[in-house]
Write a protein that binds this ligand. Sequence first.
Ligand SMILES: *Cc1c(COP(=O)(O)O)cnc(C)c1O
Ligand code: SF4
Length: 305
Amino acid sequence: MTRMFDSPDAHKFTPDSLEAGSDPFALADPLGESRYRVTPRLIHQYSNRALLKTTGRCFGYCRFCFRRAWIATNQDFIDEAELASVLAYLREHPGIREILISGGDPLTETNDRLDILFAALREARPGIVLRVCTRAPAANPARLTDDSIALFRRWRPLRVAAHINHPKELGGLAGERLAACVDAGIPVHIQTVLLRGINDDAAILAELFQKCLNLGLTPYYLFQLDLAPGAAHFRVPLKQGLAIYAELKSLVSGLALPKYAVDLPGGGGKITLHEGAIAGEEYRPEGRVCLLKGPDGKLWPYPAD
Ligand SMILES: *Cc1c(COP(=O)(O)O)cnc(C)c1O
Ligand code: SF4
């Protein structure tokens, strides 16, 4: 038997009865991606960058995934007809300078298939920055073969955004292969989800981000949990998250400090979190919420607890 996951906390991929708990705040589409959908899989929310859900497959299904509802019904790779629409859209929108190659996990597809996809995107928009968003380093680090790194090099400017939540996920082969990417000239950015009972501790996060620094990886975002169905037991209360982040700041250098951020539920966009971001609190039928100032100046509710 081959071991499917190299990650010591692969338990995050294992279903749990807590998921059946009711969560009045849960949203099937927590980021409101359907509001910004320009083809079924292309999301254009920010003028200069767009996000492509290439596939719904992953190496392991994170139980807190904000796209879990979409993934459940979209396992296959983007088809030719839709890719043609995506390319047409890129040609018509020269403001798009970067594309997030997301999913699912794009690295569940073969390098040959990714090569064809990257070539098509570059042909439609010369010079477009490719951001490959993947959980492979934690879930299947052997996927980052020398051939994969050669593929990344061929399509520079290309950056890897790796989803890593715990220092244990950077142990052994994972850390080694990500460092190999960086050594080959591929910048690697780390995105972390703040998870109750997993990494809701400034010392654990400090260890993670220090490890990133030592390996040459750049901590990028620490995300407050999105409101996916069945994930509420992973949620760290917002004010506790702010306290953890404040402590983290005192433990690591500025280079090791990611931005603490949240996607405003329902499609308000990403904002960074700090004390001043909470404009107030109120009771809603679903429960107590913090009101967060969106980029649009409006107040967006996020559960307080
Ligand atoms: C997060 C996100 C991006 C990328 O935002 P950055 O702040 O550049 O990391 C782009 N598009 C969508 C829809 C996103 O959710
Ligand atoms: S790897 Fe990413 S897309 Fe896949 S289940 Fe985990 S969070 Fe969701």
